[in-house]
Design a protein around this ligand. Structure first.
Ligand code: NAG
Ligand code: NAG
Length: 395
């Protein structure tokens, strides 16, 4: 009699705790962590402060961020936030870093070591779109700079924490259609191969800046804009591999995989370090509309959330950094260059893809790191409790 009553009581306590604590778990899941990041370009004189950007990113639950330099006000603002940041060594510094190892060491101490571990600097992009670009002298110093920065990290025991990378534009490729025919350009390959050799030794990925927007604009007669926008189309078939592509971004990434394989680096992973679509452009840039930008970025977000690979590398989950957080009013070039932002300079959204921006995000921006930490503890504690109760109930 007494025994069955205790059983009854235990059972109810058990169910009570289960009901009380289990709903906590799903709340801590962060939607795009691991596949979705964003570029924080700052060539503007009217964008929010780095602290406000932290608030914006937290509200949007975007954890992976890239900047194009090592600005200390940004690195300070990101301190203790849990945001993971890849910083940039600008092209203008490559020659100096390549020529003198002690300068590379000074740079790493000043811009990386000084901020770790409070600011989670997880990578250094050494130069940007150097190979295939207009400044040939940079081609010759890129590898030397990457090596000197890497050696400095290693001496400081930071090489396991901070990854060396460099982002490439489509200008390194020849024949990217169909994807399987893609190779590196003849004049690029002699610089690319030693770089890839080094990157494969240190476990770095191939970083690709991929813009279906630019590819479409270069040949609007022959490319279906809906294919560039992840909308439903017949897609394209690659007759050599028998693979089918239903969107251009996947095809561009597999073209990069094909070029890597051709160069002897079949195992190297490709990540997309920039992709996006401008919401405004010059008369000659008719595809740069709010509608198209919204469609591209909305569908891209859905594509990344699937956590799937590409047709050629189905097991390598696609990871991409969106370009960019803000419209940047001081960027030179065509109007589209100044209109890639998901957000306007006042922090409001450029168009709706599910983010709220600074203005209407008062509620979610209260969600501070403390809440996350507290939730983490409650979650751990409740798991232990549930385990104990489980044992108590059954044994
Ligand atoms: C590198 O820079 C340091 C400090 O600026 C200088 O003392 C040294 O001579 C330089 N080394 C070379 C090889 O230029
Ligand atoms: C693209 O798709 C939209 C709707 O999904 C359609 O209205 C439009 O005609 C299509 N454009 C082309 C060039 O096929």
């Amino acid at each position: 009699m007494e025994k069955s009553f205790r059983f009854f009581l235990r059972f109810h306590l058990f169910v009570f705790f289960l009901l009380f604590f289990t709903p906590i778990a799903p709340m801590t899941v962060q939607a795009f962590t691991g596949t979705y990041g964003i570029n924080y370009g700052r060539i503007a004189d009217n964008i929010p402060s780095p602290d406000e950007v932290v608030t914006l990113l937290r509200a949007a639950k975007i954890k992976n961020v890239r900047i194009y330099d090592a600005d200390h006000s940004v690195l300070n603002a990101f301190s203790g936030t849990g945001l993971e940041i890849v910083i940039g060594l600008p092209n203008g510094n490559l020659k100096e870093m390549s020529g003198n190892e002690s300068h590379a060491m000074d740079w790493v101490k000043e811009n990386v070591q000084a901020f770790l571990p409070r600011t989670k600097i997880c990578g250094i992009a050494v130069g940007n779109e150097v190979l295939g670009g207009g400044d040939y002298e940079l081609w010759t110093v890129l590898l030397g700079a990457a090596k000197n920065i890497y050696n400095s990290l290693e001496k400081l025991h930071l090489a396991d924490v901070v990854q060396i990378q460099t982002a490439h534009s489509q200008a390194v490729f020849a024949n990217s259609y169909p994807p399987s025919s893609c190779v590196f350009k003849d004049n690029v390959v002699q610089f690319m191969k030693p770089l890839l050799e080094f990157f494969s030794q240190i476990g770095s990925p191939f970083c690709l800046n991929a813009y279906p927007f630019l590819a479409y604009m270069s040949d609007p007669e022959n490319i279906d804009i809906n294919y560039s926008l992840f909308q439903s189309t017949k897609g394209i078939s690659d007759s050599k591999t028998n693979l089918h592509y239903d969107n251009m971004l996947d095809a561009q990434i597999d073209a990069a995989y094909a070029a890597l394989e051709d160069a002897g680096f079949k195992k190297m992973e490709v990540i997309v370090t920039e992709t996006g679509w401008a919401s405004r452009g010059d008369d000659s840039e008719a595809a740069a509309t709010v509608d198209n930008a919204r469609t591209y970025n909305y569908n891209l977000r859905k594509r990344l959330a699937k956590r799937k690979g590409t047709p050629l590398r189905p097991k390598k989950m696609l990871k991409a950094y969106i370009f960019a957080i803000f419209n940047e009013n001081l960027k030179p070039g065509p109007t589209s260059e100044r209109n890639f932002g998901l957000f306007k300079p006042d922090g409001s959204i450029s168009y709706d893809i599910g983010y709220h921006g600074l203005k209407s995000s008062a509620d979610s921006s209260h969600l501070s790191l403390k809440d996350f930490r507290a939730r983490g503890w409650v979650q751990t504690f409740s798991l232990i409790l549930i385990t104990l109760l489980w044992r108590w109930f059954y044994f």
